[in-house]
Design a protein around this ligand. Structure first.
Ligand code: GAL
Length: 427
Protein backbone atom coordinates (compact mmCIF):
# COMPACT_ATOMS: atom_id res chain seq x y z
CA UNK A 1 0.00 0.00 0.00
CA UNK A 2 1.20 3.45 -0.79
CA UNK A 3 0.37 5.77 2.03
CA UNK A 4 2.97 8.46 1.68
CA UNK A 5 0.46 10.83 0.13
CA UNK A 6 -1.65 10.83 3.28
CA UNK A 7 -2.75 14.08 4.76
CA UNK A 8 -3.21 13.41 8.45
CA UNK A 9 -5.47 16.08 9.77
CA UNK A 10 -6.04 15.20 13.41
CA UNK A 11 -2.55 15.27 14.74
CA UNK A 12 -3.05 17.67 17.55
CA UNK A 13 -2.24 15.55 20.50
CA UNK A 14 0.95 13.63 20.58
CA UNK A 15 4.27 15.29 20.31
CA UNK A 16 5.99 13.43 17.55
CA UNK A 17 9.55 13.31 18.61
CA UNK A 18 12.57 11.90 16.98
CA UNK A 19 11.90 8.30 16.22
CA UNK A 20 15.59 7.72 16.06
CA UNK A 21 15.72 7.91 19.83
CA UNK A 22 15.93 4.36 20.94
CA UNK A 23 16.00 2.58 24.21
CA UNK A 24 15.26 5.58 26.38
CA UNK A 25 12.98 5.74 29.30
CA UNK A 26 11.36 2.33 29.57
CA UNK A 27 13.62 -0.38 28.49
CA UNK A 28 12.57 -3.66 27.07
CA UNK A 29 15.08 -5.87 28.72
CA UNK A 30 13.93 -8.99 27.01
CA UNK A 31 12.44 -9.58 23.64
CA UNK A 32 13.74 -13.11 23.50
CA UNK A 33 11.21 -15.57 22.11
CA UNK A 34 12.00 -17.88 24.97
CA UNK A 35 9.63 -15.50 26.81
CA UNK A 36 11.66 -15.55 29.97
CA UNK A 37 9.81 -18.52 31.39
CA UNK A 38 6.35 -16.89 31.50
CA UNK A 39 3.74 -19.56 31.20
CA UNK A 40 0.79 -17.30 30.60
CA UNK A 41 -0.24 -13.95 29.23
CA UNK A 42 -3.36 -12.01 30.13
CA UNK A 43 -4.66 -9.83 27.29
CA UNK A 44 -7.39 -7.29 27.92
CA UNK A 45 -9.82 -5.99 25.27
CA UNK A 46 -13.56 -5.53 24.70
CA UNK A 47 -13.76 -7.94 21.83
CA UNK A 48 -16.31 -10.48 22.97
CA UNK A 49 -19.19 -9.91 20.59
CA UNK A 50 -20.13 -10.72 17.01
CA UNK A 51 -17.28 -10.19 14.57
CA UNK A 52 -14.94 -8.82 17.22
CA UNK A 53 -14.16 -12.07 19.04
CA UNK A 54 -13.53 -13.86 15.75
CA UNK A 55 -10.79 -11.43 14.78
CA UNK A 56 -9.10 -11.80 18.14
CA UNK A 57 -9.40 -15.59 18.01
CA UNK A 58 -7.66 -15.71 14.63
CA UNK A 59 -4.66 -13.85 16.00
CA UNK A 60 -4.68 -15.82 19.26
CA UNK A 61 -4.64 -19.13 17.35
CA UNK A 62 -1.51 -18.00 15.53
CA UNK A 63 0.06 -16.89 18.81
CA UNK A 64 -0.69 -20.24 20.44
CA UNK A 65 0.81 -22.13 17.52
CA UNK A 66 4.01 -20.12 17.90
CA UNK A 67 4.02 -20.29 21.71
CA UNK A 68 2.58 -23.62 22.80
CA UNK A 69 3.90 -23.18 26.33
CA UNK A 70 2.22 -19.83 27.00
CA UNK A 71 -1.40 -20.08 28.16
CA UNK A 72 -3.43 -17.27 26.62
CA UNK A 73 -5.79 -15.71 29.10
CA UNK A 74 -8.49 -13.73 27.35
CA UNK A 75 -9.56 -10.99 29.77
CA UNK A 76 -12.05 -9.34 27.40
CA UNK A 77 -14.92 -7.42 29.00
CA UNK A 78 -18.14 -7.24 26.96
CA UNK A 79 -19.60 -3.95 25.76
CA UNK A 80 -19.20 -2.27 22.37
CA UNK A 81 -16.54 0.43 22.09
CA UNK A 82 -15.19 -0.48 25.51
CA UNK A 83 -17.95 1.18 27.50
CA UNK A 84 -17.60 -1.36 30.32
CA UNK A 85 -14.05 -2.49 29.68
CA UNK A 86 -12.51 0.94 30.14
CA UNK A 87 -14.02 1.25 33.63
CA UNK A 88 -12.71 -2.18 34.63
CA UNK A 89 -9.31 -1.33 33.20
CA UNK A 90 -9.18 1.98 35.06
CA UNK A 91 -9.75 0.28 38.40
CA UNK A 92 -7.19 -2.40 37.68
CA UNK A 93 -4.60 0.21 36.73
CA UNK A 94 -5.49 2.21 39.81
CA UNK A 95 -4.96 -0.86 41.97
CA UNK A 96 -1.68 -1.59 40.14
CA UNK A 97 -3.05 -4.90 38.91
CA UNK A 98 -2.65 -4.37 35.18
CA UNK A 99 -3.28 -7.07 32.61
CA UNK A 100 -0.14 -8.06 30.70
CA UNK A 101 -1.32 -6.11 27.67
CA UNK A 102 -4.41 -4.04 26.99
CA UNK A 103 -6.19 -2.50 24.03
CA UNK A 104 -6.01 1.28 23.77
CA UNK A 105 -6.90 3.62 20.93
CA UNK A 106 -4.12 5.53 19.23
CA UNK A 107 -4.34 9.25 19.96
CA UNK A 108 -5.65 11.09 23.02
CA UNK A 109 -6.93 7.98 24.78
CA UNK A 110 -3.47 6.44 24.79
CA UNK A 111 -1.98 9.72 25.91
CA UNK A 112 -4.00 9.51 29.14
CA UNK A 113 -2.30 6.23 30.05
CA UNK A 114 1.09 7.54 29.03
CA UNK A 115 0.76 10.71 31.09
CA UNK A 116 -0.39 8.70 34.10
CA UNK A 117 2.88 6.76 33.84
CA UNK A 118 1.06 3.47 33.28
CA UNK A 119 2.86 2.30 30.15
CA UNK A 120 6.36 1.21 29.30
CA UNK A 121 7.88 2.73 26.22
CA UNK A 122 8.40 0.35 23.31
CA UNK A 123 11.39 2.11 21.77
CA UNK A 124 13.75 -0.84 21.82
CA UNK A 125 10.95 -3.24 20.93
CA UNK A 126 10.38 -1.17 17.78
CA UNK A 127 14.08 -1.16 16.99
CA UNK A 128 14.66 -4.84 17.66
CA UNK A 129 11.70 -5.83 15.52
CA UNK A 130 12.37 -3.30 12.77
CA UNK A 131 8.98 -1.68 13.20
CA UNK A 132 9.97 1.93 12.63
CA UNK A 133 9.09 1.80 8.96
CA UNK A 134 6.27 -0.74 8.75
CA UNK A 135 3.54 1.60 9.99
CA UNK A 136 2.69 4.94 8.38
CA UNK A 137 4.77 7.60 10.08
CA UNK A 138 1.69 9.63 10.85
CA UNK A 139 0.16 6.72 12.74
CA UNK A 140 3.38 6.26 14.70
CA UNK A 141 3.10 9.95 15.61
CA UNK A 142 -0.25 9.19 17.27
CA UNK A 143 1.32 6.61 19.58
CA UNK A 144 4.43 8.65 20.30
CA UNK A 145 4.92 11.07 23.16
CA UNK A 146 8.03 13.12 23.81
CA UNK A 147 10.03 11.00 21.41
CA UNK A 148 8.99 7.62 22.82
CA UNK A 149 6.65 5.14 21.20
CA UNK A 150 4.10 3.42 23.43
CA UNK A 151 1.94 0.87 21.64
CA UNK A 152 1.56 -1.49 18.71
CA UNK A 153 -1.29 -0.65 16.31
CA UNK A 154 -3.08 -3.67 14.85
CA UNK A 155 -5.52 -1.95 12.51
CA UNK A 156 -7.22 1.09 11.08
CA UNK A 157 -10.99 1.28 11.48
CA UNK A 158 -13.37 3.69 9.81
CA UNK A 159 -16.10 5.34 11.85
CA UNK A 160 -18.13 7.16 9.17
CA UNK A 161 -19.82 4.34 7.30
CA UNK A 162 -23.46 4.25 6.24
CA UNK A 163 -24.74 0.67 6.04
CA UNK A 164 -27.98 0.24 4.19
CA UNK A 165 -30.44 -2.39 3.08
CA UNK A 166 -30.87 -2.34 -0.71
CA UNK A 167 -34.18 -4.16 -0.27
CA UNK A 168 -35.64 -1.57 2.08
CA UNK A 169 -34.39 1.29 -0.07
CA UNK A 170 -36.06 -0.26 -3.12
CA UNK A 171 -39.27 -0.69 -1.15
CA UNK A 172 -39.11 3.00 -0.21
CA UNK A 173 -38.42 4.02 -3.81
CA UNK A 174 -34.89 5.27 -3.10
CA UNK A 175 -32.47 4.53 -5.93
CA UNK A 176 -29.12 5.64 -4.45
CA UNK A 177 -27.74 6.21 -0.95
CA UNK A 178 -27.91 9.81 0.33
CA UNK A 179 -24.88 11.96 -0.44
CA UNK A 180 -25.68 14.83 1.91
CA UNK A 181 -27.38 15.40 5.23
CA UNK A 182 -30.35 17.03 3.47
CA UNK A 183 -30.77 14.00 1.22
CA UNK A 184 -30.39 11.72 4.21
CA UNK A 185 -33.20 13.45 6.09
CA UNK A 186 -35.41 13.30 3.00
CA UNK A 187 -34.69 9.58 2.61
CA UNK A 188 -35.40 8.87 6.26
CA UNK A 189 -38.73 10.58 5.85
CA UNK A 190 -39.49 8.59 2.73
CA UNK A 191 -38.70 5.28 4.44
CA UNK A 192 -41.00 6.28 7.26
CA UNK A 193 -43.83 7.22 4.93
CA UNK A 194 -43.59 4.38 2.46
CA UNK A 195 -42.55 1.36 4.55
CA UNK A 196 -43.04 -0.11 7.97
CA UNK A 197 -39.28 -0.42 8.46
CA UNK A 198 -37.07 1.45 10.92
CA UNK A 199 -35.52 4.36 8.98
CA UNK A 200 -32.29 4.48 11.06
CA UNK A 201 -31.44 1.82 13.63
CA UNK A 202 -29.72 2.81 16.85
CA UNK A 203 -28.58 0.91 19.93
CA UNK A 204 -27.05 1.79 23.28
CA UNK A 205 -26.19 5.42 24.03
CA UNK A 206 -22.67 5.12 22.70
CA UNK A 207 -24.07 4.39 19.23
CA UNK A 208 -25.75 7.82 19.42
CA UNK A 209 -22.33 9.36 20.23
CA UNK A 210 -21.02 7.51 17.22
CA UNK A 211 -23.81 8.85 15.00
CA UNK A 212 -23.17 12.35 16.34
CA UNK A 213 -19.55 12.39 15.15
CA UNK A 214 -20.58 11.50 11.60
CA UNK A 215 -23.21 14.26 11.51
CA UNK A 216 -20.74 16.78 12.93
CA UNK A 217 -18.14 15.76 10.35
CA UNK A 218 -20.64 16.24 7.54
CA UNK A 219 -21.62 19.74 8.63
CA UNK A 220 -18.19 20.99 9.68
CA UNK A 221 -16.02 19.26 7.12
CA UNK A 222 -12.72 17.64 8.11
CA UNK A 223 -10.88 20.88 8.76
CA UNK A 224 -13.67 22.32 10.90
CA UNK A 225 -14.03 19.07 12.81
CA UNK A 226 -10.32 18.62 13.45
CA UNK A 227 -10.03 22.23 14.59
CA UNK A 228 -12.60 21.66 17.36
CA UNK A 229 -10.15 19.52 19.31
CA UNK A 230 -7.45 22.13 19.55
CA UNK A 231 -7.09 24.07 22.75
CA UNK A 232 -9.16 27.28 22.68
CA UNK A 233 -11.42 26.08 19.85
CA UNK A 234 -14.79 27.74 19.51
CA UNK A 235 -17.71 25.35 19.90
CA UNK A 236 -20.29 28.12 20.03
CA UNK A 237 -20.41 28.82 16.29
CA UNK A 238 -23.33 28.61 13.89
CA UNK A 239 -21.79 25.61 12.12
CA UNK A 240 -21.98 23.59 15.35
CA UNK A 241 -25.57 24.78 15.94
CA UNK A 242 -26.53 23.63 12.45
CA UNK A 243 -24.95 20.22 13.00
CA UNK A 244 -26.80 19.79 16.30
CA UNK A 245 -30.08 20.75 14.65
CA UNK A 246 -29.46 18.19 11.92
CA UNK A 247 -28.60 15.63 14.55
CA UNK A 248 -31.88 16.36 16.37
CA UNK A 249 -33.80 15.94 13.12
CA UNK A 250 -32.09 12.66 12.26
CA UNK A 251 -32.80 11.25 15.71
CA UNK A 252 -36.53 11.58 15.01
CA UNK A 253 -36.20 8.65 12.62
CA UNK A 254 -34.42 6.24 14.92
CA UNK A 255 -35.91 3.44 16.95
CA UNK A 256 -36.03 4.20 20.68
CA UNK A 257 -32.50 4.06 22.00
CA UNK A 258 -32.23 1.00 24.23
CA UNK A 259 -29.36 0.73 26.67
CA UNK A 260 -29.49 -3.05 26.47
CA UNK A 261 -29.08 -3.12 22.68
CA UNK A 262 -25.46 -2.99 21.64
CA UNK A 263 -24.28 -2.08 18.16
CA UNK A 264 -24.59 -5.61 16.82
CA UNK A 265 -28.37 -5.75 17.09
CA UNK A 266 -28.78 -2.29 15.59
CA UNK A 267 -26.55 -3.22 12.65
CA UNK A 268 -28.31 -6.57 12.27
CA UNK A 269 -31.60 -4.75 11.68
CA UNK A 270 -30.15 -3.61 8.34
CA UNK A 271 -28.97 -7.02 7.11
CA UNK A 272 -32.24 -8.58 8.29
CA UNK A 273 -34.18 -6.04 6.23
CA UNK A 274 -35.81 -4.50 9.30
CA UNK A 275 -34.11 -1.11 8.99
CA UNK A 276 -33.07 1.02 6.03
CA UNK A 277 -29.90 2.59 7.47
CA UNK A 278 -27.35 2.28 10.26
CA UNK A 279 -24.28 4.43 10.82
CA UNK A 280 -21.59 2.35 12.46
CA UNK A 281 -17.88 1.69 12.25
CA UNK A 282 -16.60 -0.98 9.92
CA UNK A 283 -16.41 -3.60 12.65
CA UNK A 284 -19.96 -4.12 11.31
CA UNK A 285 -18.36 -5.62 8.17
CA UNK A 286 -16.70 -8.28 10.33
CA UNK A 287 -20.00 -9.01 12.04
CA UNK A 288 -21.94 -9.28 8.76
CA UNK A 289 -19.30 -11.68 7.47
CA UNK A 290 -19.69 -13.81 10.58
CA UNK A 291 -23.47 -13.78 10.10
CA UNK A 292 -22.96 -15.08 6.56
CA UNK A 293 -24.67 -12.05 5.01
CA UNK A 294 -23.92 -11.22 1.39
CA UNK A 295 -22.52 -7.82 0.45
CA UNK A 296 -24.59 -6.04 -2.23
CA UNK A 297 -27.61 -8.27 -1.60
CA UNK A 298 -28.11 -8.12 2.17
CA UNK A 299 -26.30 -4.85 2.68
CA UNK A 300 -24.43 -2.08 0.94
CA UNK A 301 -22.29 0.74 2.25
CA UNK A 302 -21.25 4.31 1.50
CA UNK A 303 -19.52 7.15 3.30
CA UNK A 304 -21.92 8.46 5.95
CA UNK A 305 -23.98 11.23 4.34
CA UNK A 306 -22.03 14.38 3.58
CA UNK A 307 -18.62 12.84 4.37
CA UNK A 308 -17.58 11.38 1.04
CA UNK A 309 -13.83 11.78 0.60
CA UNK A 310 -13.13 11.83 4.34
CA UNK A 311 -11.92 8.86 6.37
CA UNK A 312 -12.85 9.28 10.00
CA UNK A 313 -10.25 6.94 11.37
CA UNK A 314 -9.30 5.20 14.59
CA UNK A 315 -6.77 2.56 15.44
CA UNK A 316 -6.71 -0.23 18.01
CA UNK A 317 -3.33 -0.74 19.57
CA UNK A 318 -1.86 -2.96 22.29
CA UNK A 319 0.31 -1.81 25.13
CA UNK A 320 2.86 -3.00 27.66
CA UNK A 321 1.67 -1.77 31.08
CA UNK A 322 4.23 -1.08 33.76
CA UNK A 323 4.14 -3.88 36.31
CA UNK A 324 2.78 -6.52 33.90
CA UNK A 325 3.17 -9.85 35.71
CA UNK A 326 4.09 -11.79 32.60
CA UNK A 327 6.08 -9.15 30.86
CA UNK A 328 8.12 -11.44 28.64
CA UNK A 329 5.05 -13.22 27.33
CA UNK A 330 3.41 -9.82 26.81
CA UNK A 331 6.33 -8.85 24.58
CA UNK A 332 5.69 -12.01 22.54
CA UNK A 333 2.02 -11.01 22.26
CA UNK A 334 3.04 -7.58 21.00
CA UNK A 335 5.22 -9.24 18.38
CA UNK A 336 2.18 -11.16 17.19
CA UNK A 337 0.16 -7.93 17.01
CA UNK A 338 2.93 -6.23 15.06
CA UNK A 339 3.47 -9.08 12.62
CA UNK A 340 2.24 -9.15 9.04
CA UNK A 341 0.85 -12.60 9.61
CA UNK A 342 -1.02 -11.59 12.77
CA UNK A 343 -2.48 -8.51 11.12
CA UNK A 344 -3.55 -10.39 8.00
CA UNK A 345 -5.28 -13.02 10.13
CA UNK A 346 -6.96 -10.50 12.39
CA UNK A 347 -8.15 -7.72 10.12
CA UNK A 348 -10.16 -9.54 7.44
CA UNK A 349 -12.26 -11.01 10.28
CA UNK A 350 -12.41 -7.82 12.30
CA UNK A 351 -13.57 -5.61 9.45
CA UNK A 352 -10.56 -3.32 9.56
CA UNK A 353 -7.64 -2.63 7.28
CA UNK A 354 -4.13 -3.44 8.52
CA UNK A 355 -1.98 -0.86 10.23
CA UNK A 356 1.06 -2.28 8.43
CA UNK A 357 1.92 -0.92 5.01
CA UNK A 358 3.02 -4.28 3.61
CA UNK A 359 -0.08 -6.40 4.26
CA UNK A 360 -1.40 -8.79 1.62
CA UNK A 361 -4.10 -6.65 0.02
CA UNK A 362 -5.61 -9.63 -1.84
CA UNK A 363 -7.06 -10.79 1.48
CA UNK A 364 -9.20 -7.67 1.82
CA UNK A 365 -12.37 -8.08 -0.17
CA UNK A 366 -15.78 -6.44 -0.66
CA UNK A 367 -16.14 -3.63 1.88
CA UNK A 368 -12.49 -3.92 2.90
CA UNK A 369 -11.25 -3.54 -0.67
CA UNK A 370 -13.25 -0.29 -0.81
CA UNK A 371 -11.83 0.80 2.55
CA UNK A 372 -8.24 0.23 1.39
CA UNK A 373 -8.91 2.40 -1.65
CA UNK A 374 -10.57 5.15 0.34
CA UNK A 375 -7.75 5.09 2.86
CA UNK A 376 -5.33 6.01 0.12
CA UNK A 377 -7.45 8.74 -1.39
CA UNK A 378 -9.39 10.37 1.43
CA UNK A 379 -8.68 13.26 3.76
CA UNK A 380 -8.44 12.12 7.37
CA UNK A 381 -10.40 13.13 10.44
CA UNK A 382 -9.90 11.63 13.90
CA UNK A 383 -12.73 9.82 15.64
CA UNK A 384 -13.78 11.42 18.90
CA UNK A 385 -15.73 8.50 20.28
CA UNK A 386 -12.99 5.99 19.54
CA UNK A 387 -10.15 7.73 21.27
CA UNK A 388 -8.33 9.82 18.67
CA UNK A 389 -9.25 13.41 19.42
CA UNK A 390 -10.42 13.59 23.04
CA UNK A 391 -8.98 12.40 26.31
CA UNK A 392 -11.11 10.26 28.62
CA UNK A 393 -12.51 13.17 30.63
CA UNK A 394 -13.61 15.12 27.55
CA UNK A 395 -15.04 11.93 26.10
CA UNK A 396 -17.09 11.35 29.25
CA UNK A 397 -18.31 14.94 29.39
CA UNK A 398 -19.52 14.87 25.78
CA UNK A 399 -21.18 11.51 26.40
CA UNK A 400 -23.03 13.00 29.36
CA UNK A 401 -24.15 15.94 27.18
CA UNK A 402 -25.34 13.53 24.48
CA UNK A 403 -27.25 11.50 27.07
CA UNK A 404 -29.06 14.59 28.35
CA UNK A 405 -29.77 15.74 24.81
CA UNK A 406 -31.32 12.41 23.85
CA UNK A 407 -33.92 13.10 26.50
CA UNK A 408 -34.33 16.89 26.27
CA UNK A 409 -33.67 17.50 22.54
CA UNK A 410 -32.62 20.99 23.62
CA UNK A 411 -30.02 22.12 21.07
CA UNK A 412 -29.09 25.27 23.00
CA UNK A 413 -28.31 23.39 26.19
CA UNK A 414 -26.45 20.73 24.25
CA UNK A 415 -24.23 23.31 22.59
CA UNK A 416 -23.55 25.07 25.91
CA UNK A 417 -22.52 21.77 27.44
CA UNK A 418 -20.16 21.16 24.51
CA UNK A 419 -18.66 24.64 24.90
CA UNK A 420 -18.06 24.02 28.63
CA UNK A 421 -16.59 20.59 27.99
CA UNK A 422 -14.12 22.07 25.50
CA UNK A 423 -13.17 24.82 27.96
CA UNK A 424 -12.68 22.41 30.85
CA UNK A 425 -11.12 19.45 29.11
CA UNK A 426 -9.18 20.56 26.02
CA UNK A 427 -5.71 19.09 26.24
C1 GAL B 1 -14.13 0.51 18.88
C2 GAL B 1 -12.93 -0.38 18.65
C3 GAL B 1 -13.26 -1.37 17.61
C4 GAL B 1 -14.55 -2.08 17.91
C5 GAL B 1 -15.66 -1.11 18.29
C6 GAL B 1 -16.96 -1.75 18.72
O1 GAL B 1 -13.87 1.45 19.88
O2 GAL B 1 -11.85 0.40 18.25
O3 GAL B 1 -12.21 -2.30 17.50
O4 GAL B 1 -14.29 -2.98 18.89
O5 GAL B 1 -15.22 -0.26 19.30
O6 GAL B 1 -16.83 -2.49 19.88
Amino acid sequence: MVRNRRRWMPIVLLAAGSLALAGCGGGNKNSNPASGGSTQVEVFSWWTGGGEAKGLEAMVADFKAKHPTIAFQNAAVAGGSGTNAKAVLASRLQAQQPPDSFQGHAGAELLDYIKAGQLETLDSFYDQNQLRSVFPQQLVDQITFEGHVYSVPVNIHRSNVLWYSPKVLTEAGISAPPGSIAEFIADLQQVKQKTKKIPLSLGAQWTADHLWESVMLADLGPDGWNALWKSGADWSGANVTKALQDYAEILKYTNAEAASTDWQLAAKDVVDGKAAFNIMGDWAAGYFKELGKAPDTDYKWAASPGTDGVYMWLSDSFTLPKGAKHRDAAVEWLKECASKQGQDLFNPQKGSIPARKDADTSLYKDYLAWALQQWQADKLAGSFWHGVTANNQWHTDIDTAVGLFLRSKDVGKFQSALVSAAQNDAQ
